[in-house]
Ligand binder design. Structure first.
Ligand code: CDP
Length: 206
């Protein structure tokens, strides 16, 4: 079984996917963390983030590996754990530039498709492009303000700056962020975390 949970920036995908995966007793895969790792390593390698060859070269210096723990994914480059460096504002600002590079998308998708099911896959295009035959697909939305309020707990900037950055990332990501036609769209604004997890579990078990 594959469950896909896609959605816009800060719509709650990671926490929701972790909760759904734990309830089902299966792993979850965060595709966004791999895009973030590509961005971090590109920046550290001094790459221009528009330069696909330079970003891919930075990724290939040591193998990058997604560890799909249900309580929270981790990303390793060789023996270095990159995870805690992947949610900085610097990575937030660069990641949408890196995510349009076809070679980077192929690099992420290859890694995800090597994982044996069952799992929950989380991102933007899990239900449309990467796992189009998944039997259970969900797409999370919420207003920019609600998303900025949630993310303000995880970033040092003020809420208006966070909201502006989220709106900009929505625009840059819109090509790969369309919901699958067969996805259940959930507005997470009025729901708490357990409410969203419960709605998805009800849909999976239906
Ligand atoms: O948690 P948040 O929604 O802020 O971001 P994320 O899921 O960690 O994704 C970070 C970025 O990776 C997104 O803004 C997209 O640019 C890119 N991404 C993508 O293009 N396709 C995916 N399947 C997942 C992420």
């Amino acid at each position: 079984m594959i469950v896909t949970i896609d959605g816009i920036a800060a719509s709650g995908k990671s926490s929701v996917s972790s909760g759904v995966a734990r309830a089902l007793g299966i792993p979850y895969l965060s595709s966004g963390l791999l895009y973030r790792a590509a961005t971090l390593l590109g920046l550290e390698g001094g790459a221009d983030l528009n330069d696909e060859a330079a970003v891919l070269a930075a990724l290939h210096t040591h193998p990058v590996h997604l560890e799909p723990l249900a309580e929270g994914n981790r990303v390793w480059q060789g023996s270095r754990d990159l995870t805690d460096d992947l949610h900085s504002s610097t990575v937030d600002h660069g990641v949408s530039v890196v995510a349009v590079l076809p070679g980077v998308r192929a690099w992420v998708n290859d890694q995800l498709r090597q994982v044996p099911p069952p799992f929950v896959a989380e991102g933007r295009d899990m239900g449309t492009n990467v796992f189009p035959h998944a039997p259970a697909k969900f797409y999370l939305t919420a207003s920019p303000r609600v998303r900025a309020q949630r993310r303000a707990a995880e970033r040092p900037e003020d809420i208006d700056a966070i909201e502006a950055a989220l709106i900009r990332r929505d625009e840059l990501d819109h090509v790969q962020s369309a919901p699958a036609q067969d996805a259940h769209v959930i507005d997470t604004g009025p729901l708490d975390l357990n409410g969203v997890i419960g709605a998805i579990l009800a849909g999976v078990r239906r």
